[in-house]
Design a protein around this ligand. Sequence first.
Ligand code: 13P
Length: 247
Amino acid sequence: MKRKLIAGNWKMNGSAAANEALVRELTGGMAGAACTVAVCVPAPYLAQVGALRAGSPLELGAQDVSEHAEGAFTGEVSAAMLREFGVRYVIVGHSERRQYHHETDAVVADKTKAALAAGITPIVCVGETLAQREAGRTVDIVKRQMAAVIHTNGHCISEIVVAYEPVWAIGTGRTATPEQAQEVHAVLRTQLKAASEHADRIRLLYGGSMNAANAADLLAQPDIDGGLVGGASLKAADFLRIIAAAR
Ligand code: 13P
């Protein structure tokens, strides 16, 4: 059995004071966790959270990375820079970045490659909108998004983490049922297996209104290997309950 991964995506939330309280509660409460736990924090807080988590099993993650190695790209952060701050995971291709920052499948694939080249595990997000689901296009959409990443990353594909995040479930309180999520996860697993003989070890996370109440049922599905948690990762008690459900 793969060790599950529970990753918190703080999005653009936090402050120096709030981060300190949250990370102290998490590191104090996660002793004996059966899963790997990470928090993906806003870039300016990487150093702070990195210091707060030192000596604990809480892993540090970022929310985005440039596809470029260095140079005249104002506002961007490279994978090598993230690496210097002890970042182990980086979210790539979150639907909010695809939507608000117009990231294409090709850009997401290049960002995945940049992270892998720096030794950082990319958490590659895929997922359909409500309109796409209602039009019966879910499988086509997630397979297209995944195919671009597979194409660009070749045999390294077994080193990534994938997060299936249906856009209609993000921040809406409307969670995919465990069966709906498993169905898409199974499609992704089959696609990844066709690309790599090591695809069984790729962790497929579910994201979208995962909370303390629904986590156990989602995580019990055969192809759900963890969660990418937004809102509930900002409350230590809720996040700790999700962590406890991942075994
Ligand atoms: P919520 O858990 O707030 O729905 O967010 C999910 C998400 O987008 C994680 O990346």
